[in-house]
Design a protein around this ligand. Sequence first.
Ligand SMILES: [Zn+2]
Length: 101
Amino acid sequence: MTTVLRHLLWRIKPDPARQVTIRYVQCRDCGEKFPTAAAQAEGDLWAMKHAGRTGHRSYREFAASDLIATPVRDPRRPSPAPPAAECPAAGPSPAAPSTSP
Ligand SMILES: [Zn+2]
């Protein structure tokens, strides 16, 4: 039995099933967090209220988006739409290995 491994190009892009960016703001002085929706203004308002209430002045904003990596169908042919980013990953193909007698 022989296993054939192929190298594929991969692309990574925002997950179309989950395009909502998750944000939150965290006070760097006490660690309190405020989850926000997609609007940055909500986190800014929370930080200003927190600063007024506690005197804490240092904050950090976090934003996260879900991404999905998919193999490019045929790395020798150009893709119909330019991918967001490509990485010539040196991993085995997710396709089933072929065998020969
Ligand atoms: Zn605080």
